[in-house]
Design a protein around this ligand. Structure first.
Ligand SMILES: [Zn+2]
Length: 253
């Protein structure tokens, strides 16, 4: 349950008419009219209701061939997430996930790393993973593949950049569990074969896949999709909700 900050009406997150992102937090509205009132002066309304931060996951190559332009693009994704005050989620891995966390940190963002390890010592010494750019590290103790599930389920939306088998696993989990997915095109690896994967998977899960070559525009489009549509069914783990967020009819007004 949540409350429309403009009119005070009780809403459920899955049947609200529309949502809006303000300072990284998600607010829900009974109507587009009240969303518009909020957007014109969010500071006047935001403090009236509790609101959770929106979390964007970045799943990407931790090693291998990472050209300078792809590393810069990963940083750009982290920056675009942090500039909206959203929380960045990564596997706390080196390589592109680390670059995205660096970009988020430089923009003053909050960054969470989902570690495969049991402890900080194991994270650094056994998995040779960085700990320098994260505000919080969650120690899953689940190993490299096991933590992928926590990675994806902790993210409201998922960005895919380049990627090897780890990223492929994360894409598969995100797709199968109906997530909102953004693919940064032209970054090689798994990212550039996603259209073929989607065709081969040939399965309706409620997942939405957006493609873009520009980090800032990709994050902007993901947020726009989430606040207008995907919030109604952010994953398959939503009860009493039919497949396909766009087919849902809001019950309030
Ligand atoms: Zn309202």
């Amino acid at each position: 349950m949540t409350v429309d900050p403009v009119c005070g009406r009780d809403l459920t997150e899955r049947t609200a008419a529309v949502a809006a992102l303000h300072e990284g937090r998600l607010y829900y509205f009974c109507s587009h009219e009240h969303r518009d009132v909020f957007v014109r002066d969010p500071a006047a309304y935001a403090a009236r209701v509790p609101a959770m931060a929106l979390k964007a996951g970045v799943m990407a190559s931790a090693s291998g061939n990472m050209p300078a332009d792809v590393r810069a693009a990963a940083k750009g994704v982290g920056r675009a997430i942090a500039e909206r005050r959203m929380v960045l989620v990564t596997g706390a891995a080196p390589g592109l996930p680390h670059d995205s966390a660096e970009g988020a940190q430089a923009a003053g963002g909050l960054s969470i790393g989902i570690s495969p390890a049991l402890s900080l010592d194991e994270h650094v010494n056994t998995f040779h993973s960085p700990a320098d750019v994260f505000d919080v590290i969650i120690y899953t103790g689940s190993g490299l593949m096991g933590r992928e599930i926590v990675n994806i389920r902790s993210s409201d939306m998922v960005v895919i950049i380049g990627g090897h088998s780890g990223t492929l696993g994360e894409f598969a989990i995100a797709f199968d569990e109906g997530k909102l997915i953004g693919v940064l095109e032209g970054t090689g690896g798994v990212a550039d074969i996603v259209p073929r994967l989607v065709e081969a998977i040939d399965k309706e899960t409620g997942a939405v896949v957006l493609y873009d070559t520009d980090p800032e525009r990709l994050v902007a489009r993901l947020v726009e999709n989430y606040v207008t549509s995907h919030f109604r069914r952010p994953s398959v783990f939503v009860r009493n909700n039919r497949l396909g967020a766009d087919r849902e009819v809001p019950t309030c007004r």
